[in-house]
Design a protein around this ligand. Structure first.
Ligand code: F6P
Length: 327
């Protein structure tokens, strides 16, 4: 008796991330190689619950590799968090005779996938698709590289104004509860401070650094603020600094969703393609209930329960280095 499945589906869920299209394309093309029929589910788990499902062929995924966003659309489904929602989703999969599912998203996506595996024995594998890079079991997530390149590009532009006006800019970047985007943006743009959730940054200490740099005639500064840091938003930190150092001419910028869009970088296209191929291969070998990642250049499979519960945080060494280079 063979366990070989015939029909698989792919969906994207949670926040969109550059490289998701490259992953969808690679799923469809790999599926042909492994002799699976492949379906696309629109709008993530929401579309699954409501049967927004269509067959995908090679032509459907032509000319998307280089595009940001996701051709399958995405959503954050409240209904799928409920047992009833997942029963409905399972019934849709049964109706379409879909036995294997590839989900591309972040932690919330993986949590849904784990429940679907546990409650209904669906063969699900996950791919890390989020700009936040906060998924355990992979060095990088799909979208992170593009997001930090976009953020660094934005900070480079802000630097021109900071320099021309001798100003201090607080630039807020995304990352939800994670400091990866801020830390990497800070290192890549030569910021004089990085406020991240993983570090208990002291505003007082930063003010001292600013005063010192003023004395050595460094008249402009850039600080990168992760949205989830412990001191508040860029605007709130700016206010705290102004209260202690009123000489500073301060401005704030929130990069926001600019970081989520745009053409994926080469790294994200290649990462997405490689992971998606490996996901289809995993299903062909009857491997499921796990998330895929690349660690030290090798594909690794992490059970959903670990990928969800284990925390991935920026390396201490990198945090220390960023501090040293900022002075
Ligand atoms: O998870 C990706 C992310 O962009 C986070 O960095 C951010 O906190 C969140 O999504 C924003 O979500 P939304 O687009 O739903 O406002």
């Amino acid at each position: 008796m063979t366990n070989k499945i015939k029909r698989i589906a792919v969906l994207t869920s949670g926040g969109d991330a550059p490289g998701m299209n490259a992953a969808i394309r690679a799923v469809v093309r790999s599926a042909r190689h492994f002799e699976f029929e492949v379906y696309g589910i629109n709008r993530g788990y929401h579309g699954l619950i409501y049967g927004d499902i269509k067959k995908l062929g090679t032509n459907d995924v032509a000319n998307i590799l280089h595009r940001g966003g996701t051709m399958l659309k995405t959503a954050r489904s409240e209904e799928f968090r409920t047992t009833e929602g997942r029963i409905q989703a399972f019934n849709m999969l049964k109706e379409h005779e879909i036995e294997g599912l590839i989900v591309i998203g972040g932690n919330g996506t993986y949590t849904g996938a784990m429940h679907l595996c546990k409650e209904h024995n669906v063969k699900v594998v996950g791919l890390p698709g989020t700009i936040d890079n906060d998924i355990y079991g992979t060095d990088y997530t799909i979208g992170f590289d593009t997001a930090i390149n976009t953020a660094i590009d934005a900070v480079d532009k802000i630097r021109d104004t900071a320099d021309s006006h001798n100003r201090l800019f607080f630039v807020e970047v995304m990352g939800r509860h994670s400091g990866y985007i801020a830390l990497h943006t800070g290192i890549g743009s030569g910021a004089s401070a990085v406020f991240i959730p993983e570090v208990d940054n002291s505003v007082e200490q930063y003010v001292e650094i600013l005063k010192k740099s003023g004395r050595r005639n460094k008249l402009f500064n850039l600080a990168i603020v992760a949205e989830g840091n412990q001191n508040g938003s860029a605007a709130e930190i700016a206010e705290k600094v102004k209260a202690k150092y009123d000489k500073a001419d301060i401005r704030t910028t929130v990069i926001g969703h600019l970081q989520r869009g745009g053409a994926p970088t080469a790294n994200d296209r290649i990462l997405a393609s490689r992971l998606a191929y490996a996901a289809v291969e995993a299903l062909s070998k009857n491997k499921f209930n796990c998330a895929l990642g690349i660690v030290d250049k090798k594909i690794v499979y992490t059970p959903f329960k670990d990928a969800i519960s284990l925390v991935k945080a920026p390396e201490e060494e990198l945090i220390r280095m960023a501090e040293i280079l900022s002075m």
